[in-house]
Design a protein. Sequence first.
Length: 359
Amino acid sequence: MKKLANRIVFLRASFLGILILFIQLQAFAQHQIPGNDSLVIEQDIFDKEDPLICTLTFDVREFTKTKSEDKKIPALLSYHKNDSIAVTQDIHIEARGQSRKELCYFPPIKLKLKGSSFDDPYLDQVSNQKLVTHCNSSKNFEQYLLKEYLSYKLFGILTDKSFKVQLMEINYVDSKDKVKPVTRYAFLIEHTKIMCEQNNCLQLKIDKLGMKHIEKSSMIQFSLFQFMIGNVDWSIAGLHNVKIIKSKDFTQELPFVVPYDFDHCGLVNASYAVNVRDAEIASVRVRVFDGMCYPEQDYEKEIQRFIQLKDEFYAEIKNFELLKPGTKKDVISYLDKFYKMIEQPGFYKKYILPNCNTF
């Protein structure tokens, strides 16, 4: 009887030991990066679900007055990593965005982070960081910004070869106390270097490539997405609002295209936006297809992906609570028109074939 009792104790201890080991292995696996042997110590700044609240202190008048001069302005950036840890660092800022420097009172900003330590896995790897701002004080411009942020999120549903974005709520404080503080939404765009690393790719900076040099499915996917959001403000050959990335796996010969900068698209519908391809088209809401001429069966495969992802696209829009009800209704209506087109049996012959490029 005593041997039986000892046996039961031994079995229970063994089972408990195995259970603890299993739990530990599960926890270890959940903290691994796929394809990487290192542990994830903590999330980086792009893993926040809610807007990141921060304060940016600088000479506001000097920034707006010298926005066309590529002048670096000293600034102080403060944000809360979590409930208990606050980070404050001296940085520099610089106005960015060729057209928006002219259009905007408060243009997009380049955060110059070199020499600053944020104890963040992402920020400590980059010396320059793009920040998209509200442009002007009107609430309409804030909605433009939120719709542009949403455009990045929609493309991210299609492919991992896309730029992550992180929404921020920034309190802009004038270091000279001459301009009243203002709080506005903004968003960070993932650095190209990091996006490439996440996708095991390298960036190509060759401005002599054309659409025919891009991997076929990537080019088709890119073209259909730009058609969906009503955007023609891009160029492969001129590297305008696109990044070209090449897999480090050299069995994949052709590079991929990744879009950015959507403020002139029909989905955003900014008051200043124009059709940069055809001045006779009065509204950027008018969709014009631009892409390569591939056989219909090649397009059909990607068209079906857009149809399959329809509910996911709509959910991303409907769940974005910062859009005003009227703005959200307008975005959904604009997407409705796209799906009315793409779900037609003759979509390829009616919209793609007459407008695609053979070079």
